[in-house]
Design a protein around this ligand. Structure first.
Ligand code: HEM
Length: 201
């Protein structure tokens, strides 16, 4: 299976090809732009959840698949940043092509909250290289990726949660988001218990 930066390259090419195909098949109109916004939100969700649960799953259910996921955690995270970069680019395209529709779909509060998620995504992607991670230091890196990860999780939980009443399509997506948080919390609880047992007199 593809690993490392090659994985980022392959996934980025696939997402770029998918976006161009959707835009071209809708004659580059607003419907095509909306389709790419939704499609990249979904590729972002899958990639984010894989990166977000990688360490926890490798700890709770060690096997070849979760070890692959854990080994490629950084690459899955960077691929998520690429996917969400495309989400942002097509959002800007929608705002330019049809500002009225854009403001019907988006509230100013969304821009502030989702904009903050983008700041975290940019900071986390920028510190995903060995040199930048070393520059930040291990403690600050862990804190940034812990807070950023949960902030992005909340962004997905609200973006999907508010669509759950609109269509049953969003039920399994909401379940996936919830399960990811539960997996992380169980792994954290288990690690806490292990540390407590080790430091007991
Ligand atoms: C300034 C930033 C953002 C804006 C203006 C924005 C705007 C939008 C809009 C207008 C749609 C609906 C498209 C349509 O129905 O045609 C959408 C979909 C979505 N966005 Fe974003 N978004 C932003 C950032 C984010 C972030 C940070 C996340 C999550 C981390 C996110 C997750 C989603 C999800 C899950 C969907 C639903 C896709 C679906 O229907 O399956 N967005 N966004």
């Amino acid at each position: 299976m593809t690993d490392g930066w090659r994985l980022v390259g392959v996934l980025s090419l696939l997402m770029a090809a998918m976006s161009l195909y959707f835009l071209a098949s809708h004659a580059w109109d607003v419907e095509g732009i909306r389709l790419v916004i939704r499609a990249t939100a979904r590729t972002s969700l899958v990639l984010f959840l894989l990166a977000f649960t990688a360490s926890a799953l490798a700890q709770l259910a060690p096997n070849a698949a979760t070890r692959w996921q854990r080994r490629n955690r950084r690459d899955l995270g960077v691929s998520f940043a690429v996917s969400h970069g495309i989400h942002l680019a097509v959002l800007i395209a929608l705002a330019r092509v049809d500002p009225e529709l854009f403001w019907k779909l988006t509230k100013i509060a969304n821009i502030v909250l989702a904009g903050t998620a983008y700041l975290f995504i940019a900071a986390m992607a920028a510190t995903s290289f060995d040199r930048t991670a070393a520059w930040l230091g291990a403690r600050k890196w862990r804190l940034l990726h812990l807070i950023g990860g949960w902030y992005i999780w909340i962004s997905f939980a609200t973006a999907i949660g508010k669509r759950v009443p609109l269509s049953s399509f969003y039920w399994p997506l909401a379940a996936l988001v919830l399960v990811a948080a539960i997996v992380r919390l169980i792994a954290m609880y288990q690690r806490g218990r292990r540390t407590a047992a080790l430091s007991a007199p």
